[in-house]
Design a protein around this ligand. Structure first.
Ligand SMILES: [Zn+2]
Ligand SMILES: [Zn+2]
Length: 147
């Protein structure tokens, strides 16, 4: 599964916390050392595309870490990723069990930051300084020199 940071770099899933059986919070961190953004992306079951051919009521997939298991107990693999926006994607899964054939959609969202991207912090700081009047800038410089 690919998770992207807001800066466009790949993010790795460092941990996952189960919310419910079919939903988990993925703790992701950006692979770009200059960014360092860590954030939470919930992965949750959306709906089925093709019902399981197995005669089982347990067709709702189970999220186990970054792995998704079909309700029949077999691993499911991603066949397609549909990026809806920068912070939301639909993941299309197919059960590996040929007798099952369950196809379903999981949603991966961006929820919130755990530690902000230093890129955005920098941009924010630069934007703030730019917005200051020359006097305020001088004040800021004097205050900064105290550190
Ligand atoms: Zn990043
Ligand atoms: Zn299955």
């Amino acid at each position: 599964m690919r998770v992207l940071c807001k800066c466009g770099s790949r993010a790795i899933i460092s941990r996952s916390e189960a919310v419910t059986d079919d939903c988990a919070n993925l703790l992701c961190s950006c692979t770009d050392p200059e960014c360092g953004h860590t954030f939470v992306s919930p992965l949750g079951y959306k709906h089925s595309l093709a019902q399981s051919a197995l005669d089982t009521a347990a067709t709702v997939p189970v999220v186990n870490g970054s792995r998704v298991t079909c309700g029949c107990g077999e691993r499911a693999v991603i066949t397609k990723t549909n990026r809806l926006s920068n912070d939301c994607a639909d993941l299309y899964y197919l059960c590996k069990n040929p007798a099952c054939g369950h196809k379903f959609v999981m949603s991966l969202y961006y929820s919130h930051s755990l530690s902000p991207s230093s890129k955005t912090t920098n941009e924010l700081a630069v934007a703030l300084v730019k917005a200051l009047t020359p006097n305020q800038r001088q004040n800021l410089q004097q205050q900064m020199s105290l550190f």
